[in-house]
Ligand binder design. Structure first.
Ligand SMILES: Cc1cc2nc3c(=O)[nH]c(=O)nc-3n(C[C@H](O)[C@H](O)[C@H](O)COP(=O)(O)OP(=O)(O)OC[C@H]3O[C@@H](n4cnc5c(N)ncnc54)[C@H](O)[C@@H]3O)c2cc1C
Length: 423
């Protein structure tokens, strides 16, 4: 049976203006809501780009656990004594004041995908139309016997920059000349593939200048590593006899940690350190796992075109938590993915045009002051994966001027990308 519309309903449908409709209070159309969890290079970039490019048409909320973010990139320069802690730490004030992002300081503890809400520790609930999850990494503390979150306070990983980086720096400063710095490097996949080896280089430089009888032992969970030929060439050139790198096939990798004895037990030998830096195996940030975004690998599968989760509707995962195929887990990658994701979300929420994403990444590393190397690529989305289209890497035997130029390029990149992330 056809129901007849009343005259009033018909008037509303056709937009007819009547005295009563003029008198009625205007009902403001609610803005679409984007919520972002995590204010690192992934999340803060996504929040800023959606807020900036939608000109206020989207209501953007960023939920971040800390008041300020210390970038992991360049934290090795801090640990090596080349940068201040302040110079790698950034606030969210501009996201708020210049772009209108609503910054909520708090730890997101739950996502209700059916109701489309995020719960923050303390009980606050934030509703979303689209959610971006960018919490970075978490650690598999259970990977080594005797290792735990508490142990990591004494044997810092310094793989989430902040107080952990300060602890490691203090321990290196307190170590006697002639001491041993022991590093456990993680298995793939992990945040920043060249990162452990840049750390080795810059700590070696610090030792060479301040504690020249000291040694560095790297117990690796792999048989090869990023930019290996470049690092090993640099270690021989600048730090001869100071660094011993032990691949998996020699030690069998770390099996157990003895904190009181300051010893790492491997499949074979045991190693004693005066300062021990365990960089543990990794997985997606805890909230990504809790929200059901991670698969059996511990990381979050995504649509290569939009970074949308393939597991939970209306949710995107960017940065280190995501499975971005050939893109490494880097700040540059996270920032690049965030922009592609922001475009896709803005298009869905406001009807603006969506473009095919172009991804890129470059990872610079310092081998010594003024000696920088890099590796990078461009990427495109295919139905199956994010695939690299062209790649480049510094060469061994490069002249000093090229290396200085690469080091300067890295400094310029840091200034540029942090402005792009935090405004
Ligand atoms: C030593 C080192 C050197 C590196 N060097 C480089 C380099 O030279 N170039 C480069 O490109 N990359 C580098 N990286 C890698 C780079 O730092 C990471 O890939 C990048 O930080 C990933 O960004 P993200 O946004 O995914 O995660 P993160 O940077 O970890 O940001 C995640 C944010 O989310 C917040 N958060 C997490 N969970 C919650 C929650 N539940 N609620 C609220 N907030 C939450 C965290 O507080 C954090 O601020 C380096 C990493 C390390 C460790």
């Amino acid at each position: 049976m056809n129901r007849k519309f009343t005259r009033r309903e018909f008037g509303i449908m056709t937009g007819a203006v009547t005295a009563s409709s003029l008198a009625a209070p205007a009902i403001a159309q609610a803005k679409p809501k984007l919520v972002v969890i995590g204010g690192g290079p992934g999340g803060a970039t996504a929040a800023r780009y959606v807020a900036k490019d939608s000109n206020g048409a989207v209501d953007v909320t960023l939920i971040e656990a800390n008041a300020r973010h210390t970038t992991c990139f360049f934290s090795n320069l801090y640990i090596g004594g080349l940068r201040s802690f302040d110079s790698i730490t950034h606030g969210y004030d501009k996201l708020q004041s210049d772009y209108g992002v609503n910054v909520v300081k708090g730890f997101a503890v739950g996502v209700d995908a059916a109701r489309r809400t995020v719960t923050v520790a303390g009980g606050q609930t934030v509703a979303y139309d689209k959610l971006v999850v960018a919490p970075g990494i978490d650690f598999k503390y259970e990977a080594y016997e005797g290792y735990s979150k508490d142990v990591a306070e004494r044997l810092p990983h310094a793989w989430q920059a902040g107080p952990q980086s300060q602890t490691l720096r203090r321990q290196l400063e307190a170590m006697d000349d002639g001491g041993v710095f022991l590093i456990a490097a993680p298995p793939d996949p992990f945040r920043c593939p060249p990162g452990p080896y840049e750390r080795v280089s810059l700590v070696a430089q610090y030792f060479k200048q301040n504690k020249p009888r000291s040694k560095i032992i790297v117990v690796d969970a792999k048989d090869k590593f990023s930019k290996q030929a470049l690092f090993q060439e640099g270690w021989a050139k600048y730090y001869e006899g100071m660094i011993e790198w032990l691949p998996l096939n020699i030690t069998g990798g770390v099996k157990a940690v003895d904190v009181s004895g300051m010893t790492l037990h491997t499949g074979g030998e045991s190693f004693k350190g005066d300062v021990i830096n365990i960089i543990p195996p990794q997985k997606a940030g805890a909230i990504a796992t809790a929200a059901g975004l991670a698969n059996e690998t511990g990381w979050c599968p995504i649509d290569p075109f939009t970074m949308a989760s393939t597991r939970v509707p209306h949710v995107h995962v960017i940065g280190d938590s995501s499975i971005a195929d050939q893109m490494p887990k880097s700040g540059f990658s996270a920032n690049s993915q965030a922009k592609a994701c922001a475009l896709a979300i803005r298009a869905e929420l406001t009807g603006s045009r969506a473009f095919e994403p172009r991804y890129s990444n470059t990872c610079w590393s310092m081998i010594a002051t003024g000696d920088g190397v890099k590796v990078g690529a461009s990427y495109k989305a295919t139905k199956e994966k994010i695939a690299s289209t062209d790649t480049f890497i510094s060469k061994t035997g490069e002249d000093a001027a090229t290396r200085t130029a690469t080091a300067e390029e890295a400094e310029g990149w840091y200034a540029g990308i942090t402005a792009d992330i935090f405004g």
